[in-house]
Design a protein around this ligand. Structure first.
Ligand code: C2E
Ligand code: CA
Ligand code: CA
Ligand code: CA
Length: 271
């Protein structure tokens, strides 16, 4: 039995070595990806439900065009970038690139960039945002950053102060994936967010889950009294769109309106 146990343990460590090795390979590839222009931002429209579905902005979503492996999605490389510290470089790239790209949009729509909670551990985050705005010449009010609740969970690093500094630059701040994780309504007291994005899992479940619908109702009800805009993400059908409008959502994002696309193929506002 002892021998067997050791064997199993050896298999386990070998498997772990494999995982570690393939992570290291990806990490090295990622280093090259940044300098080799393999990372690209795709843009997904965010529409205003009131104004005959006009596009008010785009969320920038990163894609990795790997020379051998092909297209790699963010959920498969952002965690590795976070663990290796490459997220700071990758995050700065996203900010510079999104701001630069948005200056070419005739419609003057806003651009939303996702920030990793780890980027808040770097004291230069505010100056990176400032530099991206300065270099591109983008009007700061056209940049929105999306953060998740985990940024607010631990304020020992002064994350709230960082958010206030970003706000002072004139940047919009959105709370992403709302309703998931540790979600607490009290977070909304810690910072005046411009927008809340209801996590797409609630939109997905809304049709057959009374609970999901009840949570959407609670969020939209509260947003009315706090005067915060609500974005419903992951809207895939006209039925969901109609229902969410009825519930008081004002902004919409999802495959029903358009998929993430390279900027040149981006769905243009119907103006
Ligand atoms: P997220 O910020 O919640 O972004 C929304 C995700 O939902 C995107 O996945 C988008 O393509 C997808 N989506 C949009 N509409 C629909 C829909 O109607 N149905 C379904 N099923 N999905 C929809 P994506 O592009 O794979 O990105 C996944 C996550 O990776 C993002 O979630 C975000 O957390 C992270 N991410 C992406 N780009 C960046 C980046 O530049 N920096 C950082 N730090 N994170 C990023
Ligand atoms: Ca987002
Ligand atoms: Ca989200
Ligand atoms: Ca997410």
């Amino acid at each position: 039995a002892k021998r067997n146990g050791r064997n199993r343990y050896e298999h386990f460590t070998l498997a772990m070595d494999d995982v570690a090795r393939s992570r290291r390979v990806i990490e090295n590839d990622l280093r090259e990806a940044i300098s080799g222009r393999q990372l690209r931002l795709y843009y997904q429209p965010i529409t205003d439900g009131e104004a005959v579905q006009s596009i008010i902005g785009y969320e920038a979503l990163m894609r990795w065009h790997h020379p051998v492996k092909g297209l790699i999605m963010p959920n498969d490389f952002i965690p590795i970038a976070e663990e290796s510290g490459l997220i700071h470089m990758l995050g700065a790239y996203a900010l510079y690139e999104a701001c630069r790209e948005a200056t070419t949009w005739e419609g003057k729509q806003s651009v939303s960039v996702n920030l990793s909670p780890l980027q808040f551990k770097n004291s230069s985050l505010v100056s990176v945002v400032e530099a991206a705005l300065r270099d591109s010449g983008l009007d700061p009010s056209r940049l929105e950053v999306e953060i998740t609740e985990s940024v607010l969970l631990d304020d020992s690093l002064g994350n709230i102060r960082t958010l206030e500094s970003l706000k002072k630059l004139g940047v919009q701040i959105a709370l992403d994936d709302f309703g998931t994780g540790y979600s607490s309504l009290s977070y909304l007291r810690s910072f005046p967010f411009d927008k809340i994005k209801i996590d797409k899992s609630f939109i997905n479940d809304m049709g057959d889950s009374r609970e999901a619908l009840a949570i959407i109702r609670a969020i939209t009800g509260m947003s009315r009294s706090l005067d915060i805009q609500i974005t419903a993400e992951g809207v895939e059908s006209s039925e969901q769109f109609a229902k969410l409008r009825e519930e008081g959502c004002t902004l919409f994002q999802g495959y029903y309106f358009g998929r993430p696309q390279p900027s040149e193929l981006r769905l243009k506002a119907l103006d």
